[in-house]
Design a protein around this ligand. Structure first.
Ligand SMILES: *Cc1c(COP(=O)(O)O)cnc(C)c1O
Length: 368
């Protein structure tokens, strides 16, 4: 790759292919793969990523909001798309674009039936979500009879899948809790299927669910973070390749005398002679202020350079006193070696938050 000449997010599609194939190798043949491409495919680019995965013959996509699904349809995605968290105001649009809603409570369920029947739909595919312990979205076990009676009253919707979501699939200290979620999902679905009279697909696993609970793959698995190159543990990370590298360059180097300050509010004060580099990336690009004042760091010629002072909107300043570098040199914020997970840990957050925050202002560049 040519060296970066501005701030870019470089996306390696071969790494994406590797991650997809690795995840596929961890599930039984015939288990369907759903690519979770919400939030711009975790801060990369939902259209490019989805079209590439579609060419690899992924089975399904998931997004959070209806508008994310509409954007995928407009980009040429033809595979089924589950909308995980739709709102009634978008139901007509959702139907117009053949998007499949997750129905998670009686209100949204009845609102969807009303719109689907207004739109003269028959057997419109929907996904029923059950809460098995996350306590975020989903029907409870006690709602099964109500749902079945409603489903038998009309034929405008058809249940394409039953699903649930794990609360702590990456945390093996919570294994009992997770096994309990899995067994409660199994019981609910068995009961539901007997009463319904046909068998929808079942799914409960996210990426860490795929890796840690092979007995719970059911008919489909939903993978997000794994596709983007993170296994959520040291043991699993070795099998994945982070697909994105956030790169920037050194705009200017300063020699700072002892006692001088750097950046807004004079937050950094030098206690000796030092060199700093100013980089064209800031909190408007997704490097939050919490990474400032010595917490986060970037890499220049393979060496760590801590962020000093406050993160500005468009810039950060880093300490390069011990690095041999010059203006125009490339800087790695995160990538396959200095991972987003490690940078995120410096401020006690997770890779998910850091990568999804990389703003639209940062140019995306693809390695094919
Ligand atoms: C975001 C999300 C996923 C993907 O989770 P990963 O940990 O990124 O694999 C799966 N299912 C649901 C319901 C989600 O909201």
């Amino acid at each position: 790759m040519p060296k970066a000449q501005e701030t870019i997010l470089e996306i390696d599609l071969q790494a994406l292919k590797h991650n997809f194939e690795y995840l596929k190798s961890r599930v039984q043949q015939g288990t369907q793969m759903m690519g979770v491409v919400k939030a711009f495919a975790y801060g990369s680019d939902a259209n490019e990523i989805s079209l590439f995965l579609q060419d690899l013959n992924i089975d399904y996509f998931a997004v959070a909001h209806a508008h994310e699904g509409i954007a995928l349809r407009n980009a040429g995605v033809t595979k089924p798309i589950l909308v995980l968290h739709p709102q009634a105001i978008n139901f007509k649009l959702l139907i117009d674009h053949c998007l499949e809603p997750s129905l998670y409570n009686a209100k949204i369920f009845n609102e969807f039936i009303a719109i689907a029947s207004q739109e003269d739909q028959t057997h419109y595919p929907v996904h029923i979500k059950f809460n098995t312990g996350l306590n975020r979205l989903g029907f409870s076990e006690n709602d099964v009879n109500y749902l079945i009676s409603k489903l038998k009253e009309n034929n405008c919707i058809k249940v394409k899948s039953l699903f649930s979501h794990l609360a702590a699939s990456e945390d093996l200290n919570e294994k009992d809790f997770t096994l309990n979620q899995i067994s409660s999902f199994k019981n609910i679905s068995e009961n539901f299927i007997i009463k319904l009279g046909y068998k929808p697909m079942l799914h409960i696993c996210n990426t860490s669910g795929i890796l840690n609970y092979p007995e719970a793959h059911f008919d489909m698995v939903r993978t997000g973070i794994g596709l983007y190159g993170f296994g959520n543990s040291k043991k699993e990370n070795v099998h994945f390749k982070p697909i994105s590298t956030l790169k920037t360059i050194i705009s200017q180097i300063h020699a700072i005398e002892k006692g001088k300050s750097v950046g807004y509010n004079r937050a950094y004060k030098s206690d000796g002679f030092m060199k700093t580099a100013t980089l064209p990336i800031g909190h408007a690009d997704g490097i939050g202020r919490q990474y400032g004042n010595g917490k986060g760091f970037v890499h220049i010629h393979g060496k760590p350079a801590p962020i000093i002072g406050n993160v500005c909107m468009d810039m950060i300043m880093v300490n390069i006193t011990h690095i041999d570098c010059k203006e125009g040199d490339e800087v790695i914020v995160f990538g396959p070696e200095q991972t987003a997970e490690l940078l995120a840990e410096t401020v006690h957050t997770i890779s998910y938050e850091l990568i999804t925050a990389i703003s639209k202002r940062v140019k995306r560049v693809y390695i094919k």
